[in-house]
Design a protein around this ligand. Structure first.
Ligand code: PRX
Length: 652
């Protein structure tokens, strides 16, 4: 996909189409022209502290005001120093004194078709009750709570209840394995687990409690477990450890004032993959994250009170944290939440939901869009999508053809598309069109948001010329930035702040064109992006070598029509004979170790891995082989790539 060194990446993408915002959209937008955007951008750049300080004072509730906007001790940031606030208060209580009190906060549909609406008032009550449950179970400010749940309103309730009392949540996507949960619980030293009996996925029950039972055997710090009854499947409840959500809630009072918390009090940990085998617990804090998700939500999605906003991500990822829960609810929005698969009971489920609830904004992933294209236009054409006014994408670059399809088939040619670039670490959207202002170019995330100062540099930190690829870095702190890696400050400094002086290293390659538009060109490290989810090749390799038959393994990404990238692995066996059965076993093994999203698509056996003279695996060569650019004789049985490597004389 890309080269690995800054400044040496040649871009082959040519995209000349430009789509200005429709005038009727711009006329009503919060930011309705490039002049307005540029003025806002300049204001933020010239005086970031007054810019963010004014918003923070006006738009968040403060139990105690902050005394300083930013304390920057590179690379450690403190925003809104000395202030006391609470994000659950800002998402809920703040709206209770306003006409939003009885407005829908969450409009939810389960996969089997069940529906629920929670108004701000009702959501507030549920969050207060569950916060009291947490207290009753002995959870205190600063304690870590691990959440492994399906996409039901109780997931948001659990997150907000933790935030309300100052407990730190670690949400683990419900597709991860028991091993992965245990590893995260151990790293975070989680005290409590919250889960459900099961969840629905394509008409089948995901046995979440069963997975948690296995995980808890290896999670010694977890003392108690709360179980939501979602599906009604049989589960084992361990006496003294496991409690039913509904039983605890029966007793709980709805009176639970939000705890005044320091601006920098940790809000959550979210694990993501880096370039090593161990997932990083990205640490976000309270006030800066709150303000950043609120403002970016309002700017990018041009949010209006009458809108129903649907982000199709799972709360197990940063997108769900920032644009299902914290950003939208801080802004008083109504959010759509859906539990299940996009192709259940049929491939038109999303369009059915949009028509049924008259959704106004759809925020989804390019991988989903590519799947919709493959499933066929007939599923779309059955439905009235005229309620949509804005579309968004996130998670990976969108290829211009998929962009055009999204624009025409889903947006009816009238909806702007916001291609939002950001990361778990950035907390919120960093670069994106503003839908009423920015002319869009398919495949480009366009321009940075106010307060974000990107640069594209070579490995020495010099700015590269326009049109050239290089490392994307961010030159100034912003309120939503990560504050560290849980339990590993060295890794925070080393990973993000040591390569380019005074800049945050994003890990992405990018180029900027003559109009100042940014084009993301993929990762510089060994992270692959499978269906918009980050996976480290080393994590997959570690999982493989933990299998007794495997001596050595290398994992690489190869292009995939739907997923963006698929995982190809090259495996050297100890004594075992290569076979289809072993191939399946290894795929299952990785699934068991990490989760279904990491299951390799291709498993190829080899006698040796191609290596440089210094012993580094020649990943570029393997990527070429995996994507069919390079062939090596018989690919069905045992392959010997060392020969090829020797012939090419490569040194990476
Ligand atoms: O490589 C970029 C890609 O996804 C990475 C961040 O992944 P994660 O932390 O899991 O967060 C995903 C959701 C915010 C980035 O480093 N990425 C994300 N959005 C885009 C993107 N690549 C291109 N265009 C995007 N819009």
């Amino acid at each position: 996909m890309n080269g690995s060194a800054g400044g040496q990446i040649d871009s082959v993408m040519q995209e000349a189409r430009v789509f200005p915002p429709p005038p009727e959209f711009a006329a009503r937008a919060r930011i309705g022209s490039m002049e307005e955007y540029e003025a806002l951008y300049a204001r933020a750049k010239n005086d970031p502290e007054s810019f963010w300080g004014a918003y923070a004072r006006e738009e968040l509730h403060w139990f105690e005001p902050f005394t300083k906007v930013l304390e920057w001790n590179e690379p450690y940031a403190k925003w809104f120093v000395g202030g006391k606030t609470n994000i659950s208060y800002n998402c809920l209580d703040r709206h209770l004194e306003s006409p939003r009190r009885h407005k829908a906060a969450i409009v939810w549909e389960g996969e089997p078709g069940d529906q629920r609406v929670l108004t701000y008032d009702q959501l507030h009550r549920e969050v207060c009750r569950f916060a009291n449950v947490l207290k009753h179970l002995g959870i205190e400010k600063g304690d870590r709570v691990s959440i492994y749940m399906p996409m039901v309103p109780e997931l948001a309730i659990a997150m907000l209840a933790c935030a309300r009392i100052g407990a730190v949540h670690s949400v683990i996507f419900a597709g991860f394995s028991a091993e992965a949960i245990a590893e995260r619980n151990h790293d975070a030293e989680a005290k409590l687990q919250i889960t459900a009996d099961g969840g629905w996925r394509r008409g089948k029950v995901l046995p979440l409690k069963e997975t948690v039972d296995q995980a808890l055997e290896k999670s010694p710090t977890v003392q108690k477990c709360v179980v939501l009854r979602r599906v009604g499947n049989d589960v084992t409840m361990k006496e003294g450890r496991d409690y039913w959500w509904h039983e605890l809630m029966e007793e709980a009072s709805t009176d639970c004032p939000a705890e005044p918390l320091d601006s920098e009090h940790p809000l959550f940990i979210l694990y993501t993959s880096g370039s090593t085998g161990k997932p990083k617990g990205i640490r976000h804090t309270t006030a800066g994250y709150n303000l950043y998700t609120k403002k970016t939500f309002e700017w990018v999605f041009d949010y209006r009170d009458e809108d129903l906003f649907w982000c199709t991500a799972d709360c197990g990822w940063i997108t769900g944290h920032s644009y299902i829960v914290y950003g939208p609810l801080s802004a008083g929005a109504s959010v759509m939440m859906y539990e299940g698969a996009p192709n259940w009971p049929a491939e038109d489920r999303f369009w059915d939901i949009i028509e049924k609830y008259r959704v106004n904004t759809l925020y989804t992933a390019p991988t989903a869009i590519r799947a919709f294209i493959k499933w066929g236009d007939e599923h779309v054409e059955k439905h009235d999508l005229s309620s949509l006014r804005l579309l968004g994408t996130v998670g990976e670059g969108i290829n211009p053809e998929a962009w055009m399809w999204y624009h025409e088939k889903i947006g009816g040619g009238r909806c702007p598309i916001v291609d939002t670039w950001w990361q778990t670490e950035t907390g919120g959207i960093m670069m994106s069109p503003l839908p009423g202002a920015t002319p869009t170019k398919p495949g480009s995330c366009t321009k940075p948001l106010p307060g974000i100062i990107p640069r594209i540099v070579d490995a020495q930190g010099n700015d590269v010329p326009v049109g050239h690829g290089g490392w994307l870095v961010i030159a100034k702190p912003w309120p939503g930035m990560l504050r560290g890696i849980w339990g590993n400050e060295e890794r925070y400094v080393e990973q993000y702040w040591s390569k380019i002086p005074h800049c945050y290293l994003t890990g992405d390659n990018a180029r900027v064109d003559e109009d100042g538009y940014y084009w993301i060109m993929g990762r510089i490290d060994d992270v692959i992006n499978v269906s918009g989810h980050r996976l480290s090749t080393i994590e997959v390799e570690s999982a493989l070598v933990s299998h007794p038959a495997v001596a050595e393994a290398a994992a690489v990404g190869r292009p995939d029509e739907i997923k963006g990238q698929a995982i190809a692995v090259f495996v050297v066996l100890k004594d075992a004979e290569p076979s289809d059965a072993l191939r399946d076993e290894l795929r299952q093994h990785v699934r068991q170790e990490i989760g279904a999203l990491a299951q390799p698509d291709d498993v190829r056996f080899t006698t040796a891995l191609p290596k440089t003279r210094s012993g580094k695996i020649m990943r570029r060569l393997l990527r070429d082989i995996a994507s069919g650019k390079e062939t090596v004789g018989d690919t069905t049985t045992l392959e010997d790539y060392t020969v090829l490597a020797k012939l090419r004389g490569d040194e990476e």
